[in-house]
Design a protein around this ligand. Structure first.
Ligand code: SAH
Length: 369
């Protein structure tokens, strides 16, 4: 057991939360998640590059797995390239607006956008119309992005100027804080993080009288008010100025009950309350709620499709074949493995979903016909 003195050094955010909660009472699960991820001083994303040496693409050696998790653009260049071509297609459909705001939410190491821009070079007039904005909370990841991209940076979408919009978000909405509610003998209550015996523990708080969902005692319901607000803002911009947004994340397409909050550290699941600021926290994206928010704010919703079906319909197999042509046997094996990881149902192909939002005048975009 760590003595309180050692704890001071090793778990500064946990200690601060314990002191805060002991003095002022439990905090909502959303507040806990926000602190753990983006506390300016100790938040997980604010203090490290979680994608680290997440594979050969980011400098890791074969078989070496650094960082805490790996994302699709870090698996293969094919992911960002196909998204680049998808964006070019939508830009043409929009009537080639110049300038067009191209926005990425939570660009990580900037890998997806760098791959997309390289692929877009086949449409030079699109490339020259692009006004690139990256929305990023983490100074460390911002520095990574600066190595690969020239863009304008901001911390929230509302700082991006108005106008025709193309937007991409891969594994961004799963980092948006979720509020949780738990069914008790007296109905729904907000799920909170409290302190018991000097440790962080889940507890229930205020009654949530306005929740009209049937559930058995102990069942949990999640919402993401921050994620929903961002979706509404995107949809409002698309309705007003035209454009398209591509949202990719792991999640479910039918609304349901369940606690999906999870912690990951070093490619392993961890306890949610054990290491705030040290482990990644994320929750499944509720694509049904997302669709409802987007259409309520004036956008057309396409999908969700599974990531596997989406990439297949954009031609990932042809792309893999083309890359393999000029590759040596080792590289060819890597391309095959990456294709499998991105598209097969036992890897990222089925759990990950893709949804597109467009203005209502648009036909179904590529991958959603
Ligand atoms: N899209 C990248 C990274 C995914 S990780 C990829 O696919 O590899 C989540 C990203 O969202 C990181 O860049 C993280 O710093 C950023 N992020 C998390 N919470 C955020 C917030 N509240 N505001 C802005 N960016 C945030």
């Amino acid at each position: 057991m760590a003595s309180p003195r050692q704890r001071e050094k090793t778990a500064p955010l946990k200690d601060r939360l314990i002191r805060l909660i002991a003095a002022e009472g439990p905090i909502g699960v959303d507040e806990y998640m926000r602190a753990a991820l983006t506390d300016p001083e100790f938040g997980y994303y604010m203090t490290r590059d979680p994608l680290g040496l997440g594979g050969k693409r980011s400098g890791g050696r074969d078989g070496e797995r650094g960082g805490d998790f790996i994302t699709a653009p870090e698996v293969s260049q094919m992911f960002g390239e196909l998204i680049g071509l998808w964006l070019a297609n939508e830009w043409r459909r929009m009537g080639k607006p110049d300038p067009v705001r191209l926005v990425e939410l939570g660009p990580g190491r900037g890998t997806l956008m760098a791959d997309a821009l390289r692929a877009m070079a086949v449409v030079p007039e699109f490339l020259s119309a692009i006004d690139l904005h990256l929305v990023e909370a983490s100074p460390i990841l911002m520095a990574e992005q600066r190595k690969r991209l020239s863009a304008s940076w901001c911390e929230t979408l509302d700082q991006v100027p108005e106008g025709p919009l193309l937007l991409v978000a891969n594994e961004f909405f799963d980092a948006m804080p979720v509020k949780q509610f738990v069914m008790t003998g007296e109905g729904w209550r907000q799920r909170m993080v409290g302190v018991e015996d000097g440790e962080l523990r889940f507890t229930s708080g205020e009654k949530a009288a306005d929740l009209n969902i049937t559930a058995r005692p102990g069942e949990i319901f999640e919402t993401s008010p921050t994620g929903t607000a961002i979706i509404r803002e995107i949809a409002g911009r698309l309705a007003k100025s035209g454009g398209a947004a591509l949202i990719i994340d792991y999640g479910h397409s039918a609304p349901g009950l369940g606690d999906t909050l999870q912690a990951v550290r070093g490619h392993q699941y961890a306890e949610v309350l054990e290491q705030p600021g040290e482990a990644d926290l994320s929750a499944h994206v509720d694509f049904a709620a997302l669709a409802q928010a987007a259409s309520g704010a004036g956008a057309a919703v396409h999908g969700p499709e599974t990531q596997g079906a989406f990439l297949a319909s954009l031609g990932i197999e042809e792309r893999a074949r083309k890359l393999s042509k000029n590759a040596d046997p080792d590289q060819r094996r890597d391309i095959e493995t990456a294709l499998e990881r991105l598209t097969s149902a036992d890897a990222m192909g089925a759990l990950f979903k893709v949804t597109a939002l467009t203005d209502r005048a648009a036909p179904a975009p590529a991958g959603f016909e």
